[in-house]
Design a protein around this ligand. Structure first.
Ligand code: G
Ligand code: G
Ligand code: MN
Length: 541
C-alpha cells in the first residue's frame, strides 16, 4: 500500500530535485569564487593590509552557505525517500512470493526456489524429497466454524509443518488447504521423509483448540523422491500430488508414496474422461439387459437396464469404470437419458408384460427437470410409463429430499414405479423406506450370493423379505448365482430374482433372439414404425 503513492509522487519530484541540484551546484561554484575572494581579503586585512572586505561579498557568501545547507538537507531527504521506495518494492516482491496468511512460499516461488535447490542437490549427489500435505475435510471446518477459524487452523497447520520440517526445507502453501515441504536428504537414509511425514500426521491429528472448542482435524500426505527419472522440481511436485490423491482416496489421515501404477491409473482416467464426452453422443454407451425372473413361475418379468461402453479400442468397459467419471464431470444426466432412449426404443415391441428397470444416480435427483426429461423420452420413443421402474439408492435421499420427493411424485403420477436399490448396504433405514413411495425393495447381491454359507447373510435377507412383507413391498433379490440359492429365496418368500443363474446381461440383438425363442416379441415386426397412439403417457400438468 505504501509503495503506490510514493511511486506516483516520484516523477514530479524528480524535476524539482533537478532544480534543487542545479541551484546547489551553482551555489557551491559561487561559494568557491566568492569564498576565495573573501578569504584572501580577510587574511590580507588581518595581516594589517588595506584590503577591505566587501559587505556584498559577505552577504553573497552567507547566502551561498545557506543554499549549500539547504541542498544538503534536500539530498538527505531524497535519499531517505528513495530507500523507502526500495523497501516498498521489496515488500511488494515479498508479497508476490509469499502467502500472507502463513508466510510460506506460494506455488510459483516454490517452483523457482525449488529448481535451485533441486540443481544443487543433484550436484552434491543428494536426493530431494517432496511432501504435499492437505487438510482432510477442511471445507467442513469453514462451514461449521467460519472462515476466520478456518484461517487460524491453516496458520496452525503451517506452524506445525514448519516445526517438524528439517531446517533448510522449502515450505509452501500451494493453495486453499494444501501445503508442500521440500528438502534435500542423503539417499542412503531413505526413510527420512517417511519419519517426517509420520510426525506431521501424528501432530496434526491432535485436536486444534480454539476458544475452548476442540476442532478435530487430520491431514493426508503424498511423498515423492527425486530418483532416476524425475527430472525437475515440477515433476517431483506432480508426483507428490498424485500420491496425495491416493492417500486421500484410500481413507485420509495417512501418507502414501508415489508409484508408477498411480500415474497410469490417472492417465487411464484422463483418457476415459476425454473419451466419454464423445462416446455419449456417438452412442458408444449402450444398454445391456439383465433378466428379472418371477421366482414362483420361473418366467421373465422384465430386465434391468445396465450401461456398457463398447469402446472402439478398449473393448467393453463396465459401468463402475465410467459412471463415477460421468458423475464427476456432470454428464451423468445426459448419459442416463441416452441409455434410456436406446433401451425404450429397443423394448418398444417386446411383449407388453415386460418391464424395464433403470438405475438413476443420486446426482440426477438434483435436477428439477428430471421427471419431465424421462417422460419426454418415454413419449418420443413410445414406451409406456407403466412398464418403467426407476431404481434409486438410499444415498439419493440425503441431498435434497423435498426435491427428490417432488421428482418422484411427478414420475409416479405417470404410472412409473420406484424401487429402492442395494438395500442392506447403506443405512437400511425404515425411515428411508417411508421417505418415498417405493413399490419394491431390491436386496443387495453381496448378501444374496452368500446366504448358503453365511448365516448372517441369510438372517439379513430373511429380515428384509419380512420387512417388505409387512410394508406390502415385494422384494427382488440381486446376484442369484445358483439354483440352490434361488430355491432358498423362493422358500422364504422373495418374489423376484435376477443374477447369473439366468444368464449374463445381453445386448439388444441377443435379447431379441431370446425373446423370439420364448415368443415374447409383440407382433410388430416394423421396428421403425412411429410410436403407436394411445399408449403415450399423460404429460405432466
Ligand atoms: O476440503 P477441501 O480440500 O475441498 O477444502 C477446500 C475449501 O477451502 C473450500 O471450501 C474453500 O472455500 C476453502 N478455502 C480456500 N482458501 C481459503 C482460505 O484462505 N481460508 C479459509 N479459511 N478457507 C479457504
Ligand atoms: O452392470 P454392473 O453390475 O457391472 O453394474 C455396476 C453398477 O453400475 C450397478 O450397481 C449399477 O447399478 C450401476 N449402473 C449400471 N448402469 C447404470 C446406469 O445407466 N446409470 C447408473 N446411474 N448406474 C448404472
Ligand atoms: Mn440396480
Amino acid at each position: 500500500m505504501t509503495a503506490k503513492p510514493a511511486a506516483t509522487r516520484a516523477p514530479r519530484n524528480i524535476s524539482r530535485e533537478f532544480m534543487t541540484g542545479a541551484v546547489t551546484g551553482a551555489a557551491i561554484l559561487l561559494f568557491v569564487c566568492t569564498g576565495g575572494a573573501v578569504i584572501v581579503k580577510t587574511i590580507a586585512h588581518l595581516h594589517g593590509g588595506t584590503a577591505v572586505v566587501d559587505r556584498t561579498l559577505i552577504a553573497v557568501m552567507l547566502l551561498n552557505i545557506a543554499l549549500i545547507l539547504f541542498g544538503w538537507f534536500r539530498y538527505r531527504a531524497l535519499a531517505e525517500e528513495l530507500s523507502d521506495l526500495t523497501d516498498a518494492g521489496h515488500r511488494a516482491q515479498a508479497l508476490a512470493q509469499r502467502d500472507p496468511l502463513t508466510g510460506f512460499l506460494n506455488r510459483r516461488s516454490l517452483s523457482d526456489d525449488g529448481a535451485t535447490l533441486f540443481a544443487s542437490a543433484r550436484r552434491r549427489d543428494k536426493a530431494m524429497a517432496m511432501l504435499t500435505i492437505d487438510v482432510d475435510h477442511f471445507k467442513s471446518v469453514n462451514d461449521l466454524h467460519g472462515y476466520a477459524v478456518g484461517d487460524l487452523l491453516l496458520a496452525h497447520v503451517a506452524e506445525t509443518i514448519a516445526a517438524i520440517a528439517p531446517g533448510a526445507s522449502l515450505l509452501a502453501r500451494l493453495g486453499e488447504d494444501e501445503f508442500a515441504c521440500a528438502f534435500v536428504f542423503d539417499s542412503a537414509h531413505r526413510n527420512v521423509a517417511d519419519r517426517i511425514a509420520e510426525r506431521m500426521i501424528a501432530a496434526l491429528a491432535l485436536p486444534f483448540r480454539n476458544n475452548g472448542v476442540d476442532i478435530h482435524t487430520s491431514v493426508s500426505i503424498g511423498i515423492a523422491h527425486s530418483d532416476g527419472d524425475c527430472g525437475s522440481i515440477d515433476a517431483l511436485l506432480r508426483k507428490a500430488d498424485i500420491a496425495l490423491h491416493a492417500a486421500k482416496t484410500s481413507g485420509r489421515n495417512r501418507r502414501a508414496w508415489f508409484d508408477h501404477a498411480m500415474e497410469r491409473a490417472l492417465q487411464l482416467r484422463g483418457e476415459l474422461e476425454a473419451g466419454l464426452r464423445n462416446a455419449i453422443p456417438a452412442q458408444e454407451i449402450v444398454p445391456y439387459f439383465e433378466q428379472q425372473v418371477d421366482l414362483t413361475t420361473g418366467r421373465i418379468t422384465g430386465f434391468e437396464v445396465l450401461a456398457r461402453w463398447e469402446h472402439p479400442v478398449r473393448g467393453m468397459i463396465a459401468p463402475d469404470a465410467f459412471i463415477p467419471i460421468a458423475e464427476e464431470i456432470g454428464m451423468i444426466g445426459e448419459l442416463s437419458l441416452s441409455i434410456m432412449r436406446q433401451a425404450f426404443a429397443d423394448a418398444r415391441d417386446w411383449d407388453a408384460g415386460l418391464t424395464l428397470s433403470v438405475n438413476v444416480s443420486p446426482l440426477q435427483l438434483r435436477d428439477a427437470w428430471l421427471a419431465q426429461k424421462i417422460i419426454k423420452t418415454l413419449v418420443e420413443t413410445g414406451f409406456p410409463a407403466s412398464r418403467l421402474e426407476i431404481e434409486i439408492t438410499e444415498t439419493a435421499l440425503f441431498d435434497n429430499l423435498p426435491l427428490a420427493q417432488s421428482i418422484v411424485g411427478s414420475l409416479k403420477n405417470q404410472g412409473i414405479r420406484l424401487a429402492l436399490d442395494d438395500f442392506g448396504t447403506g443405512y437400511s433405514s425404515l425411515a428411508h423406506l417411508r421417505a418415498l413411495p417405493f413399490d419394491r425393495i431390491k436386496i443387495d447381491k453381496s448378501f444374496v450370493s452368500s446366504i448358503l454359507d453365511n448365516p448372517e447373510s441369510m438372517a439379513i435377507v430373511n429380515t428384509i423379505v419380512r420387512l417388505g412383507d409387512s410394508l406390502n413391498l415385494p422384494t427382488t433379490a440381486e446376484g442369484i448365482e445358483d439354483a440352490a440359492i434361488e430355491e432358498r429365496l423362493h422358500a422364504i418368500g422373495c418374489a423376484k430374482g435376477q443374477g447369473y443363474l439366468y444368464g449374463r446381461p445381453l445386448g439388444t440383438a441377443q435379447v431379441r433372439r431370446l425373446l423370439a425363442e420364448k415368443r415374447l416379441l409383440a407382433q410388430r415386426p416394423d421396428r421403425d414404425a412411429p410410436p403407436p397412439r394411445g399408449i403415450a403417457p399423460r404429460l405432466a400438468s
